[in-house]
Write a protein that binds this ligand. Structure first.
Ligand SMILES: [Zn+2]
Length: 363
């Protein structure tokens, strides 16, 4: 199974790198125009159509029209349903693996005829581990304004799991059916912190629409939440790999909100947290698991928190504030989230070596 990981390197933009990005964007927009104007269908047809013309017109080496066609076609394809004419707004450049080289810290790219761009890239221990790993192959390079992203890939063999582990993700924590808990309250804390900052900011700069828009997007909040979730997902996947677990996740539709009136929190911290951090956590788990050969499965989230893990009784009256599962039918007790995690695990269908019978647990 081919698995890919995108690794970011930073670099210092120069007038030449800027020129490269601008030329690339210009070519992409030109290609989009040609594609729509002449009703060209398909990446290959577009490539054949623009190849010679672009090489001459923009003075670039022949690999550029190839990737320009690829990028332009993906934009046209995505925008088909909308009426507004599609354009490439972002400055970016993409190139196939065969055309560039990255030796130590110098990225070498062809550009105009007979001219190669040498761009020093910066990296830390994380990036270095990818560069030094000889089992990895290098895929395409993508360049944006201050980042260079290299796709590394390898053939990963799926680990045959010993056991399945269900993961219940709620606002406060990620609870695994093996009993491990990861605290996620940092997500809510960041949400409150940035929410207060935004409110404060917009009251002081209420007239400046541009600044307001910039701030309201909350990209800094997202960045910090992502960083935090990266650490959590890394731990979950690492443990799964070491103990040969398959991971079972819920197909997220809604999230069970614990921030309810009367649970002792102030109004501001009760503001709803968007669903995206939880999807993001799942996405990161899936991505990292794929890279390590850990199997991941998604199951239906219906009633996972309201079904008894022992007897299957459905307690429709269970309130969000009840943190302990106490089964009205068989009397089983368990932490509410752990009960849900066990139910999620049971819904998994991945075959595991260590299971005596389907869904069996050691306790
Ligand atoms: Zn029960």
């Amino acid at each position: 199974m081919k698995t890919v990981k995108a690794v970011s390197f930073s670099y210092k933009p120069t007038s030449t790198t800027k020129q490269l990005l601008e030329t690339f964007r210009m070519m992409v927009n030109h290609a989009i125009h040609v594609c729509l104007d002449e009703e060209i269908k398909g990446r290959v047809n577009l490539r054949d159509r623009i190849h010679k013309e672009f090489k001459e017109r923009y003075g670039v080496v022949s690999c550029y029209p190839y990737s320009v066609a690829e990028v332009a076609w993906s934009i046209v394809k995505k925008h088909k349903r909308w009426q507004r004419k599609p354009t490439a707004d972002r400055l970016m450049m993409k190139m196939d693996a065969a055309k560039y080289s990255l030796n130590y810290s110098i990225l070498s790219l062809p550009f105009k005829k007979g001219e190669r761009l040498l761009i020093p890239v910066e990296y830390g221990a994380y990036q270095r581990s990818f560069l030094l790993d000889e089992t990895l192959k290098r895929g395409s390079v993508t360049m944006i304004e201050s980042t260079i992203i290299i796709a590394f890939w390898k053939d990963t063999e799926a680990i045959i799991p010993l056991i399945k582990v269900g993961i219940d993700v709620n606002e406060k924590s990620a609870v695994l059916s093996d009993g491990t808990t990861y605290d996620l309250s940092e997500v809510a804390r960041l949400h409150t912190e940035y929410g207060l900052r935004r409110r404060d900011f917009s009251s002081r700069h209420s007239r400046d629409q541009r600044l307001k828009r910039m701030f309201s997007r909350g990209s800094r909040e997202k960045g910090r939440v992502k960083q935090f979730l990266n650490r959590v997902s890394k731990q979950i996947v690492q443990k799964a790999k070491e103990s040969r677990q398959a991971l079972v996740l819920e197909k997220l539709k809604g999230i069970r909100y614990v921030h309810q009136k009367g649970n002792g929190r102030s109004r501001s911290s009760r503001r709803r947290i968007a669903l995206w951090p939880f999807r993001e956590l799942q996405h990161q788990i899936e991505y990292k698991a794929g890279w390590d050969g850990v199997q991941v499965e998604y199951v239906s989230p219906a009633w996972t928190s309201k079904v008894c893990h022992m007897c299957g009784f459905v307690n429709r009256k269970l309130k969000l504030t009840e943190r302990e599962w106490l089964c009205p039918s068989c009397g089983a007790t368990l932490d509410r989230d752990l009960n849900a995690a066990v139910n999620i695990e049971r819904r998994g269908k991945i075959a595991c070596l260590g299971e005596v019978r389907p869904g069996a647990r050691s306790e």
